[in-house]
Design a binder for this molecule. Sequence first.
Ligand code: SAM
Length: 187
Amino acid sequence: MWWEAVSETTIERLHWGCGSWRPTGWINADRKEGPGIDISCDIRKGLPLETESIDYVVSIHALPEVPYPDLVPVLGELRRVLKPDGVLRLGLPDVERTIQAYLRKDRSYFPIPDEEAANLGSKFIVHLIWYGYSRTFFTRDFIEELLLKAGFGGVRHCGYKETSTPHPEIVELDNREEESLFVEATK
Ligand SMILES: C[S@@+](CC[C@H](N)C(=O)[O-])C[C@H]1O[C@@H](n2cnc3c(N)ncnc32)[C@H](O)[C@@H]1O
């Protein structure tokens, strides 16, 4: 890599859509309130953060809860708070993997208990809509298109725990490798 890893000590990093997962060393934000959540607000009303104040933002499986008409504005709000060389990293459920698991009849892919949904098709649907919480599904080309519409200048698809940024610790929050896609966008 042409860059040197950036010292993480002075880094401002936002974890948007943290839910019940509130790691230390991050500005944890969610519309929920609770211990360890630093910012509680609906992002659609704007984040109480200065423009160009954040080095990187990571969001894991939160965007699916945003309704379609709000996706580009929400991505635009995340872009607003990024410094000019800032990065947004998203982990999203990959709808292609979910469909493939259904087509190959792989029940083990779906972490849905039989008491909730016993049949393969039932598990597929409950997983896809995540018990009714998910409003939007994602493919790689769909999120890329949305990011570009929101004004991001560059989009890179990456693997689990892989980054093309000078911030090795940006991958710290990656999880659910089997069912997720990961993408990084630069301003
Ligand atoms: C499926 S949970 C994911 C939580 C966590 N990132 C994880 O991977 O376990 C999605 C989170 O996004 C939050 N969220 C959804 N829409 C939001 C919004 N408009 N503003 C702020 N938070 C939102 C929800 O409250 C929820 O905690």
